[in-house]
Design a protein around this ligand. Structure first.
Ligand SMILES: [Zn+2]
Length: 121
């Protein structure tokens, strides 16, 4: 995307030079507007890149307390189960609350799992 923006920027600069030689003021005005919008696009692109980098970074707590698969659930270092569906689909760490029933219910996706981690429909 950055290369594409630079490519467009250099093409616009070439068009500006061409418009100058033609001496068409209306064309120059349109190109100036195009340059301003391109500058806005570059700023927005940079902001989105920063946001994307932040969203992809794992929280420090996750590095200290990684999840492992035990064959039924993802477990943290305290052997607490996490919803396999939410983790597999969205990398969300949703702790399954302890329950007195034989099913564990995910508070996020509301799926029920038996103690072997099998989904219960
Ligand atoms: Zn879930």
């Amino acid at each position: 995307m950055a290369n594409l923006l630079e490519n467009i920027s250099s093409k616009v600069s070439a068009i500006v030079e061409l418009a100058k030689t033609l001496g068409n003021s209306e064309l120059m005005l349109e190109i100036s507007e195009l340059q301003m919008r391109l500058a806005d696009l570059k700023i927005e692109h940079a902001a989105l890149k920063d946001e994307n980098r932040e969203l992809k970074a794992e929280p420090e707590e996750w590095k200290i307390n990684p999840l492992r698969w035990n064959g039924s659930f993802y477990m943290d270092t305290n052997n607490h189960p996490f919803c396999p569906r939410c983790y597999d689909a969205n990398k969300k760490r949703i702790r399954l609350p302890y329950s007195t029933s034989i099913f564990l219910v995910c508070p996020e996706c509301l799926r029920k799992f038996d103690t072997r981690g099998e989904p219960h429909v």
